[in-house]
Ligand binder design. Structure first.
Ligand code: UDP
Ligand code: MG
Length: 329
């Protein structure tokens, strides 16, 4: 019997967990008709073995106790407990490491991703797709600012990199075993998982859906965190900002050379004058700014080299299903 793992990163979600578990239980026993361009296909999810793998990412509330209670009642529930909060990207990485299924479905704990889509995902997986992802046609409750910034981020990322960057796509997806195996081989600690999904390639299939609003609590991604994620995305996905720094440097140098020629010619025609102080100040400030920008960009990359060379494990597991693991990976 093929096994499907549902991977859920959890951070302070105690009020959502029970509802999520109920939804997952319902869908795991469900039988659905999926229409494939007019063809009707019967997807019987009760024919699969299920694992509900929760990665508790250092929650401060009662999420862990809740998860352990759920495990007592339902042996399909497995709980990876982090020693502290490592962030969603790392929680997903650990989940992929621990997942035992032939396919892994990544779902947010706050019920923003409709589990009703899972039968269709499974259907396409059985048809041979390795990465069946939900594509949002509606983004749920979000501020205008967040939406605009997020969209322009995707646009910028796409224009600077060779691989396809999927727009309006979250982490909600089904991955085949070979896609999971490919992902677990990417061990970088500063992760931008959405970029990694694209990087590994394989056959992809989009399923459009409307993203619902968060059921309980509020999003843990505030503006600063999203900004950090955006920088993370850029610097881990492409090195083109480094190229930008070089291009900027070259153009400014050429412009300065031209200006130098202009000043010299002016000197020979009009003779020396002491004017030009404002120009000087402008130039110095401008060049200073460009240099700082280039330094900052280079610094971002050096920072990541520094982080990677430390060779630390990406996460520390405190316990797996309540027991301390013998080996941390
Ligand atoms: N999450 C996590 N670690 C964190 C922050 C969030 O595991 O440090 C989980 C969270 O529990 C949820 C998912 O990541 O299951 C998405 O988080 P959230 O709803 O806050 O993000 P948004 O939907 O606003 O992108
Ligand atoms: Mg959410």
């Amino acid at each position: 019997m093929p096994k499907i793992t549902v991977l859920v990163p959890v951070f302070n979600e105690e009020n959502n967990l029970q509802a999520l578990h109920a939804e997952l239980t319902r869908i795991a026993a469900s039988r659905t008709v999926v229409s494939d361009y007019g063809l009707q296909a019967d997807v019987d999810l009760s024919a699969y073995e299920w694992e509900f793998l929760f990665v508790n990412d250092g929650s401060h509330d009662g999420s862990f106790e809740m998860l352990m209670k759920m495990r007592q009642e339902d042996p399909r529930v497995n709980v990876v407990n982090f020693a502290r909060n490592f962030g969603k990207e790392i929680a997903m990485m650990a989940g992929l490491d621990f997942a035992s299924g032939d396919a892994v479905v990544i779902v947010d704990a706050d019920l923003q991703d409709p589990v009703e889509l899972i039968p269709e995902m499974v259907y396409w997986w059985r048809c041979g797709y390795d990465d069946v992802y939900g594509q949002r046609t509606k983004r749920g409750q979000e501020s205008w600012l967040r939406k605009t910034l997020s969209l322009s981020f995707y646009r910028m990322l796409q224009s600077t990199s060779r691989e396809d960057v999927l727009q309006n796509v979250g982490d909600f997806r089904l991955l085949s075993r070979r896609a999971v195996d490919a992902l677990t081989r990417l061990r970088e600690t500063k992760r931008y998982t959405k970029g990694l999904f694209c990087w590994i390639g394989f056959n992809k299939k989009a399923i459009p859906f409307e993203r619902c609003d968060r059921r309980q609590g509020k999003s843990s991604f505030n503006f600063l965190r999203l900004f950090n994620l955006a920088i993370e995305g850029f610097t881990s996905y492409t090195t083109s900002p480094l190229r930008l720094a070089s291009i900027l440097g070259i153009s400014v140098s050429i412009m300065s050379m031209l200006y130098l020629v202009f000043v010299l010619i002016k000197y020979f025609i009009h003779g020396e004058d002491v004017q030009g102080y404002p120009t000087l100040v402008c130039l110095i400030l401008f060049l200073g700014g460009v240099q700082l920008l280039a330094l900052g960009i280079i610094g971002e990359y050096i920072g990541r080299i520094f982080n990677e060379t430390k060779g630390r494990p990406p996460y520390i597991v405190e316990s797996f299903n309540g027991a301390t693991p013998l080996r941390n990976n």
